[in-house]
Every structure is written in structure tokens, then in C-alpha cells.
Ligand binder design. Structure first.
Ligand code: GCB
Length: 638
């Protein structure tokens, strides 16, 4: 039996402050301010998939050197969106290889003429590998979807009177290989009696469609040449005072002053400081609480940072305002604590997918989903199985919805995926996730993977390294990965702070036998807890359900079966949740698209909402349960 000491990060507070591994460069969300402007490049882009045999025609003919339309026929492609579902050309649906995007832009004159302005091109996400040219000049490369990347393009745009015309070309390759995250394999099918010459397929080891393209916003923004590059905030609570520790990095000047002001939600100054790091004390601070846990949840302060730098052209100022929630997170042997109070995750797993936009970011969908989460009484979700758009996390900060932030470490199913190159890449991806999301109060835990083959020795070492690295990057949050291994075989579980378990009793095992769930689930919880003495979250459970299918007594795929399965899980969850089970996240919030297969009917149908966000019967059951739990929690002392 592995025993462990409870870890309480809150108590360590500022001590941990200096420990965080320095992240190279910032990835602040591009906000407007008196010193910063934004120009969104969303809308129609020119698009061309490279259908050539080796998929390299675009490079051989250098499509980036002139307007894409001159290279051959192009399509109109909306950004953000996945390219897969937009066209009637079936070849785009599961296209594997390079696709090309292009957009022409006119810049405001002051951006190109004012040499104290810095112009940055930022791509919210390009899945999975991207090369960017600006006016034909190779500017930027990035590996990995779901995370932003950017380049200072001032040198390219501030070169003369004609420079306000800009042509941005982005080549994106969605191929997944054993060293990408998620990994995949390319398989050539060489039996010429069955397949044409050169025929290949992309194998993936996860259960969602590998949507690709420019799925989040592309934008240009400005800063002065001396600028606030990054801000890191951690918070703690001492008696009734909130402590806000900040660290600021500045680029472009060594001769500067920093002023820091913390304002409350009514815009009143509550604390101020100066310099690149410090601690602000807020007597009588209002804490950031998850909604449903407190009558005044999600309170946000604003950290206003003002930089004044002395430059050869004269003084330069930069302003950046960061929303800050003061809260603590800690884990004991059997509890997950927020602000020192036990927190129970009653929520969902999501995907960022809907309709023809695929995984393209969409404001109406974002707002609808948050309205549904609140209708359901869900207080949390996991970003299964990749980091979601930044706007999603901002919404969570504002609404008080708690997030387990998961990286794209999904589909680590084969032994060859646990190699050194993959490990280095996985650690780099965690750096990018932490760099982007570290300041969100809603994010209370990092998840480094979903269902890796954690029974393998090599996976044990791999997971230990990724988890240790993540903790070094951010000592203020617990770290987990989500497992479906057996408790006795799991080599990664010793390193996590919270055990997250996926199980599908009476669905993938003993299917149809709902009467076995209680026994099997009880055994699951008891064996894991006995072995590890760590709090447990039921991070997935559910049943495939085709809306409108009914049968009583319930049979698989009907709405009645989904409800009955959930009810059986809930009996055991209710027994254990007052002990060491600290959460339940249904699989899934909504139906979503997957690869075609004999076990998937137009995608995965385990949603409690359809892909069009209409409720199945189980949504009403879950709603009743979540509100009941919320009311109990609110009415008790906590
Ligand atoms: C799982 C996976 C999830 C799948 C789900 C299912 O365990 O984590 O990605 O979609 O099961 O429905 O099979």
C-alpha cells in the first residue's frame, strides 16, 4: 500500500513562488489597452488542399511566394472552422497532409510607419503542424494543435511606404505520427489487389474526429517596442487577507519602471506595488468561489500593469490588465479543497465540436454551452482531451465553473509512443499549456493525459517525468492524468495528486447487465482508495444513446438505458462521495463526431445533449441530481 502525505499548496503559498521553472517567453491573451490594438483576421480565407501524391507540391511550386489563387483553384474557407465538414468534396473530409490557407490584409498606416510599434501575428491554434509566411517570407513554425503561437512581424511590415499590404500564408499538416501529441501512425496498404498504389490511412488511437485547420482566431495585435511580455499570478489567503503574488517579465528594454495596481470589481484601488515581482495584500479580500458553492461566486479583481521604459526615441508606455481571482487549491488524502472547503466536482466532459464548424471556435456555441452547463447545475468540466480556446476559460473565470485543464496527451496507446522524443515533446506541450492558462482561477488542476497505456513500465517513467515537470512549472496546482488501467497495474498512479478513473460498466463490459454496476463500481473505488489513499474523481462514465430510441425495460442505445445506467452509478457515488470520491464527470456533455467505425453511429452518442444541444432524457436526470448536490452543499456549513 502506497501511503502519502497530504499536500496543501495553500499553506506553502509564497514559499513556492520562486520555485516555478521559468517559462521561456509569455503568451498573454491579446487584450486591447491604451497601448495595444487588435485586428482580427477571422472571416474568409483562400484555401487549397495539396492532393498531390506526396502532398508536397505546394512546397515544390512554392505556393507561398505569390497569391494562392495563382497556384491553382482555391476554395473559400471560413476561419475559425475545421476544413473537413465545409466542402461537398468528400476528399476533404478525411484528408491527410498539407492544406494551405491565405489571407490578404491592409494594415493601418501607423502600424507600419511608427517604429515604436511592434506588430505581432498570433494564431490561436493550427492543428497539427504549421508553417507561416508573411509576404512570402518564412516567419514561424509550430508543432501541436490547440495552443496559440505568435511572431513579431514588425521587421516585415515596417519596410517602406507600400508595406501596409500583407499576405499571410499558412500551410498546415494534420498528420499524426508516433512523436506528435496526440500520436498516430500512417499505414501504407500495399496489397495491390485491394488498394491503389501509394494508398495510406491515418491511424489514430483516440475517439474523436481529427478535425484540423485554423480552428481558432488568427489576429494581429500591437504593443510598444518595450512591452509587458508575461505576467504570472499566484494567490493565497492569510486570515482574512488575500495575497496576490505577481511576477512580470518585460522585453525590449532594460531601463524601465513597472507600476502595479489591483482594482476590485467596482474599480476601486485595493493594493498597489512596483517592480517585476511582489506581493499585494488585500485585507478582507473577496475570494473567487466556484458557482453553487457560495452565494457570491467568481469574484474577479483586475491587475493593472503599467510599464514605462526609456527608449532612444523617447519614453514608451505599455498597459496590460489581467483578471485575477483570489483562491486557494489544496488536496488531502480524501478531499479536494477550494479556499479550504471541500469541493465536489459535479460536471461534465466536453469536446469543442459541433455541426459543420467542426472544432471551429464559435461565440453562439460558447454561450449556449455555458447556459446549458448552468441549466444542468454543472460546476466543473474537464477539457477532454486537449486545451480549449482561451475564451472558454475566460468564461469559466467569470461564471465560476471549475476546470480540469487537459493537454492533448490522448491516444498514448502503443508501447512505441513512450519514447524520448515523445517525452520531450509532451513536456514542451505542458509548458505551452501552463504558460497560456496559469492565470485562470477556474483552472484548478492539470491533466497530462487521458487513458495512456499506464500499465507499461515505460509509461510509468514517462508519466512520472511529465507530471514532475508540470509540478515544477506550476507548484500551485495539483496534477493528474486520467486512467482506465487496473489499480494494481497502473504505473503512473503513484505520481498523481488525485486519481481520475474512467469506467464503462455495463457498457463496454457485461453490456446490458445494469444489475452489476453497483458491485463493480464499489470494488473499483475501494481497491483504488485502499491502494493509494488519494481522492478519486469518476472522470468518465456513460452510455451510447440515440436520441428518440425508447424501450422499457431498457435496452442498450435507448434513452431509458442511459438513464438507468446513470442511476446505478449514482447510487454508489452517493455512498462514496462523503468519503473520498470528490467528483463525477459524465461522458459526455454532448454527442460529438468520431472516425467512421462499426461501433459509432455518426459519431459518439454518449452525450446527455445531442450535437445540436437538445436534451436527452438523461439530461433531466442529471439536472435534478446536480442541483440536489448543489443545494446540499450550500445548505451545509461549507
Ligand atoms: C473513453 C475515452 C473517450 C471516449 C469514451 C467512449 O474512455 O476517454 O475519449 O470517447 O471512452 O465513449 O468510448
Amino acid at each position: 500500500m502506497a501511503r502519502r502525505t497530504a499536500v496543501a499548496w495553500a499553506a506553502l503559498g509564497p514559499l513556492l513562488w520562486g520555485c516555478a521553472l521559468a517559462l521561456q517567453g509569455g503568451m498573454l491573451y491579446p487584450r486591447e489597452s491604451p497601448s495595444r490594438e487588435r485586428k482580427e483576421l477571422d472571416g474568409l480565407w483562400s484555401f487549397r488542399a495539396d492532393f498531390s501524391h506526396n502532398r508536397r507540391r505546394g512546397f515544390e511550386e512554392q505556393w507561398y511566394r505569390r497569391p494562392l489563387r495563382e497556384s491553382g483553384p482555391t476554395l473559400d474557407m471560413p476561419v475559425p472552422s475545421s476544413f473537413n465538414d465545409i466542402s461537398q468534396d468528400w476528399r476533404l473530409w478525411d484528408f491527410v497532409g498539407w492544406v494551405w490557407y491565405e489571407r490578404e490584409v491592409i494594415l493601418p498606416e501607423r502600424w507600419t510607419q511608427d517604429l515604436s510599434t511592434r506588430v505581432v501575428l498570433r494564431i490561436g491554434s493550427a492543428h497539427a503542424y504549421a508553417i507561416v509566411w508573411v509576404n512570402g517570407v518564412d516567419t514561424l513554425e509550430h508543432e501541436g494543435g490547440y495552443l496559440p503561437f505568435e511572431a513579431d512581424i514588425s521587421n516585415l511590415v515596417q519596410v517602406g511606404p507600400l508595406s501596409s499590404q500583407l499576405r499571410i500564408t499558412i500551410a498546415i499538416n494534420n498528420t499524426l505520427t508516433p512523436t506528435t501529441l496526440p500520436p498516430g501512425t500512417i499505414q501504407y496498404l500495399t496489397d495491390t489487389s485491394k488498394y491503389p498504389k501509394g494508398y495510406f490511412v491515418q491511424n489514430i488511437y483516440f475517439d474523436f474526429f481529427n478535425y484540423a485547420g485554423l480552428q481558432r482566431s488568427v489576429l494581429l495585435y500591437t504593443t510598444p517596442t518595450a512591452y509587458i511580455d508575461d505576467i504570472t499570478v499566484t494567490t493565497s489567503v492569510e486570515h482574512d487577507s488575500g495575497l496576490v503574488n505577481y511576477q512580470i517579465s518585460v522585453k525590449g528594454s532594460n531601463l524601465f519602471e513597472l507600476e502595479v495596481r489591483l482594482l476590485d470589481a467596482e474599480n476601486k484601488l485595493v493594493a498597489n506595488g512596483a517592480g517585476t515581482q511582489g506581493q499585494l495584500k488585500v485585507p478582507g479580500a473577496r475570494l473567487w468561489w466556484p458557482y453553487l458553492m457560495h452565494k457570491r461566486p467568481a469574484y474577479l479583481y483586475s491587475l493593472e500593469v503599467r510599464l514605462t521604459a526609456q527608449m532612444s526615441l523617447g519614453p514608451v508606455s505599455d498597459f496590460y490588465t489581467l483578471p485575477v481571482g483570489i483562491r486557494t487549491v489544496a488536496v488531502t488524502e480524501s478531499q479536494f479543497l477550494i479556499n479550504g472547503k471541500p469541493f465536489y466536482f459535479h460536471g461534465v466532459n466536453k469536446h469543442e465540436d459541433a455541426d459543420i464548424r467542426g472544432k471551429g471556435f464559435d461565440w453562439p456555441l460558447l454561450v449556449k454551452d455555458f447556459n446549458l452547463l448552468r441549466w444542468l447545475g454543472a460546476n466543473a468540466f474537464r477539457t477532454s482531451h486537449y486545451p480549449y480556446a482561451e475564451e472558454v476559460l475566460q468564461m469559466c473565470d467569470r461564471y465560476g465553473i471549475v476546470v480540469i485543464d487537459e493537454c492533448p496527451g490522448v491516444g498514448l496507446a502503443l508501447p512505441q509512443f513512450f519514447n524520448n522524443v515523445s517525452l520531450q515533446n509532451h513536456m514542451r506541450v505542458m509548458e505551452e499549456v501552463v504558460r497560456r492558462d496559469k492565470n485562470h482561477p477556474a483552472v484548478v488542476m492539470w491533466s497530462v493525459a487521458n487513458e495512456p497505456a499506464s500499465h507499461l513500465e515505460s509509461a510509468g517513467y514517462y508519466l512520472k517525468m511529465v507530471i514532475t515537470h508540470t509540478k515544477a512549472l506550476d507548484p500551485s496546482r495539483p496534477v493528474t492524468f486520467v486512467t482506465n488501467s487496473n489499480y494494481a497495474a497502473d504505473k503512473g498512479a503513484p505520481y498523481v495528486d488525485v486519481i481520475c478513473l474512467n469506467s464503462y460498466y455495463s457498457w463496454y463490459h457485461d453490456y446490458g447487465h445494469l444489475e452489476l454496476i453497483q458491485q463493480q463500481l464499489t470494488t473499483q473505488f475501494e481497491s483504488w482508495y485502499k491502494t493509494y489513499q488519494k481522492p478519486i474523481i469518476q472522470s468518465e462514465y456513460g452510455a451510447e444513446t440515440i436520441v428518440g430510441f425508447h424501450q422499457d425495460p431498457p435496452l442498450m442505445f435507448t434513452e431509458e438505458y442511459q438513464k438507468s445506467l446513470l442511476e446505478q452509478y449514482h447510487v454508489v457515488l452517493d455512498q462514496k462521495r462523503r468519503k473520498y470520491v470528490v467528483g463525477e464527470l459524465i461522458w459526455n456533455f454532448a454527442d460529438f463526431m468520431t472516425e467512421q467505425s462499426p461501433t459509432r453511429v455518426l459519431g459518439n452518442k454518449k452525450g446527455v445533449f445531442t450535437r445540436q444541444r437538445q436534451p436527452k432524457s438523461a439530461a433531466f436526470l442529471l439536472r435534478e441530481r446536480y442541483w440536489k448536490i448543489a443545494n446540499e452543499t450550500r445548505n451545509s456549513k461549507i
